[in-house]
Design a protein around this ligand. Structure first.
Ligand SMILES: NC(=O)c1ccc[n+]([C@@H]2O[C@H](COP(=O)([O-])OP(=O)(O)OC[C@H]3O[C@@H](n4cnc5c(N)ncnc54)[C@H](O)[C@@H]3O)[C@@H](O)[C@H]2O)c1
Length: 354
């Protein structure tokens, strides 16, 4: 799949075998950043990479900082290769965000190859050009636009994800395929059991449908000034839940929850039928296996996080809602009462399934 970008066009390759780092790039001019868990789980894959060319990174939010980015820049500075240096990174969204930033600022932009090893980074974040770093207590405050030169996705990596991380990725997969329309919902209904059991071909198929859906928006609005805002469906609430839960709920799971909350608001506004709402719930609830605490859904914390969201540009609260024909609408009059009502509804259905 080729992604058109005003920065550089790039290719997403869905591959059957684990991509070997020394085959992706010539070791003499390359530097490799690898997620610590991936490094431990797949030691053979990195056996041919000399230690001075390798940076093993602990993927936790506290490390998604400018300090980590500079530490990698420092290592690259010590290499003979300069502007022709190639950065190759293996990991999820955290590794992607840090290494994308490094590749962008190092010599004003070096070649960057990215191998997403989480489902979330494969089905969503690997395309779209965003790089982000956390600053002080602010998540993703620093950032640039810089896509990889090439992306290699192999779903075999997802077999070793914890259930929590795999389900978080499925949150984005379900959201994108619901946004695709009725055919996306029907496809999910047919293939959900195989998707849940990590069937290699089915996972590839859904990664591809998710990326194709996102591609259409990012190609039209790469720098997030217009139509790309519709991709924020489920994120307004998802992001607020992440914050209110102090990031106990991972990104993709929070987005899946945010989608159900948004849909209930649509139903209450007579924009969406209960029948469609329930079909989407049936697809989403099986991936929400994380044990949650009621405190993580405190309405005042959630409203505060919604107001602080950098996508909110004035006092009228904005959200993206799904309509009965499965197209999206942007509303600017979101109220605390309707958010509160939908959260209560969501917690009820979540608890009913346990
Ligand atoms: N740049 C963007 O457009 C964008 C979009 C969405 C999210 N994000 C960012 O992505 C981050 C979340 O990314 P994520 O969910 O991919 O996870 P992650 O990078 O936080 O990784 C999650 C966990 O999975 C482990 N892991 C990675 N690959 C593995 C594998 N194959 N087997 C076993 N364990 C493995 C990691 O070590 C980590 O413990 C957040 O920081 C978020 O802000 C960025």
């Amino acid at each position: 799949m080729r992604i058109q970008s005003s920065l550089k066009n790039y290719e997403v390759n869905l591959v059957a075998e684990l991509p070997q780092p020394h085959i992706l790039a010539e070791v003499q001019s390359a530097f490799f950043v690898v997620d610590q868990n991936v490094y431990k789980l797949y030691p053979q894959l990195f056996a041919k990479i000399p230690l001075e060319r390798l940076y093993v990174f602990e993927a936790v939010e506290q490390n998604k900082t400018i300090v980590s980015a500079l530490a990698i820049c420092e290592k690259i500075t010590n290499m003979n290769a300069k502007r022709n240096a190639v950065l190759v990174s293996y990991g999820g969204g955290i590794i992607q965000d840090v290494t994308g930033f490094v590749a962008n600022v190092m010599y004003r932009g070096i070649k960057w190859l990215f191998v997403p090893t989480t489902l979330l980074s494969a089905c969503d974040s690997c395309i779209g050009s965003k790089t982000s770093l956390n600053y002080k207590s602010y998540k993703n405050l620093l950032g640039t636009f810089y896509p990889p030169d090439e992306i290699f996705i192999c779903s075999e990596f997802f077999n070793t994800l914890t259930e929590q991380d795999y389900h978080s990725g499925l949150g984005e997969v379900v959201k994108f395929n619901v946004m695709t329309g009725l055919s996306g919902i029907e496809n999910l209904e047919k293939k959900s059991p195989l998707l849940l059991s990590r069937d290699k071909d089915i996972v590839h198929e859904f990664v591809e449908t998710s990326l194709r859906f996102k591609k259409n928006f990012i190609e039209q609005d790469e720098f997030d000034k217009g139509i790309r805002i519709l991709l924020n469906f489920a994120h307004t609430f998802g992001h607020a839940i992440e914050v209110a839960s102090s990031y106990h709920i991972p990104h993709g799971s929070a987005v899946a929850m945010g989608m159900l909350i948004a849909n209930h608001i649509s139903v209450n506004r007579n924009m969406l039928s209960e029948q469609l709402e329930h079909r989407i719930e049936k697809l989403t609830l099986p991936i929400l296996t994380l044990k949650v605490s009621d405190e993580w859904f405190d309405i005042d914390c959630i409203m505060q996080a919604i107001r602080k969201d950098k996508k909110q540009i004035n006092d009228a609260l904005t959200a993206i809602l799904l309509k009965g024909d499965l197209t999206l609408e942007i509303i600017h009059d979101l109220t605390k009462n309707e958010v509160s009502d939908s959260i209560s509804y969501f917690l009820q259905i979540l608890k009913k399934q346990v």
